[in-house]
Write a protein that binds this ligand. Structure first.
Ligand SMILES: NC(=O)c1ccc[n+]([C@@H]2O[C@H](COP(=O)([O-])OP(=O)(O)OC[C@H]3O[C@@H](n4cnc5c(N)ncnc54)[C@H](OP(=O)(O)O)[C@@H]3O)[C@@H](O)[C@H]2O)c1
Length: 252
């Protein structure tokens, strides 16, 4: 008698930075739409997580450590075997925005080089390593990559530091390059650039900024998650190399 192996038919997402903010809202959005979501963050799986997925769909990884990330990619590929080694979406959402003393903005004169390298490893090199490491699985599913950039990548921001801003500008350029390289293999690559979204990454004083925004309010994580979901769905099947700005008109 041959043993019957069952394949999980749900579309699958690998999502970094799933534990809070935009990532947390993204898990909820995709889960509600019937996706399997493999979450990644530095923390271990918590029983307090409000959705049904267990530790088998969580990978504890420190994206600032290339060696640890290499192991995590191997682990992701192993976990995807349950889905016939198909990956339908990779969302590079995790990001860090270090501040100086008392929350001061770190500018291009004062940012210590070790902080600059740390920021680039998490915000920029990790998405490259994940995109390349999961290429075969994405190709098999005709999948989609979404890189989370930022409004700070295109203009000087009052609170976001220079290392953060330049890492996000580089990630926007990487999106364009990857769209060109991955497109012939049937993989779409897009970015979303959030403005001021109500999460823990915001600095005090942001409330004052929104008085001048056309929509006069902060964005909500679920509004960002909806756009990420659109970019991973067949509704956006001819969209690649794009960066969608989600900022309430902040730059008009
Ligand atoms: N909120 C905004 O207004 C805004 C605006 C523009 C762009 N963005 C971008 O949107 C993305 C999400 O932002 P957010 O506001 O939701 O951030 P957040 O609330 O600070 O969450 C950041 C996430 O990244 C994870 N993370 C941080 N360092 C990590 C590391 N070394 N390895 C693995 N995971 C790590 C954190 O998980 P652990 O702590 O568990 O590791 C957490 O889940 C970021 O890329 C950010 O730059 C946000």
């Amino acid at each position: 008698m041959t043993e019957k192996t069952s394949v999980d038919e749900r579309p699958t997402l690998v999502l970094t930075g799933a534990s809070r903010g935009i990532g947390h809202a993204t898990v909820k959005r995709f889960s509600a739409a019937g996706w399997r979501v493999i979450t990644c963050s530095r923390h271990a799986f918590s029983d307090k997580c409000p959705w049904p997925m267990g530790p088998e769909d969580h990978i504890q990884v420190d994206l600032s450590d290339p060696e640890n990330l290499g192991y995590a990619v191997q682990e992701m590929r192993k976990r995807l075997e349950a889905n016939g080694s198909k990956l339908h979406a990779l969302v590079n959402n995790a990001g860090i925005s270090p501040k100086g003393d008392k929350g001061a903005r770190l500018d291009s004169m004062d940012t210590p080089m070790h902080i600059w390298r740390h920021v680039f490893q998490v915000n920029f090199f990790a998405p490259i390593m994940l995109g390349r490491g999961l290429f075969n699985e994405l190709k098999k599913a005709g999948g989609s990559i979404v890189n989370v950039t930022s409004i700070a990548g295109s203009r000087v921001h009052p609170f976001a530091g220079t290392a953060y801003a330049t890492s996000k500008a580089a990630l926007a350029s990487l999106t364009r390059e990857m769209a060109a390289d991955f497109g012939p293999h049937g993989i779409r690559v897009n970015a979303i650039a959030p403005g001021e979204i109500d999460t823990s990454i915001l600095s005090p004083g942001t409330e004052k900024m929104i008085e001048d925004f056309p929509l006069r309010r902060l964005g909500r994580p679920d509004e960002v998650a909806d756009t990420i979901h659109y970019l991973c769905s067949p509704q956006s099947s001819y969209v690649t190399g794009a960066e969608i700005h989600i900022n309430g008109g902040q730059h008009v």
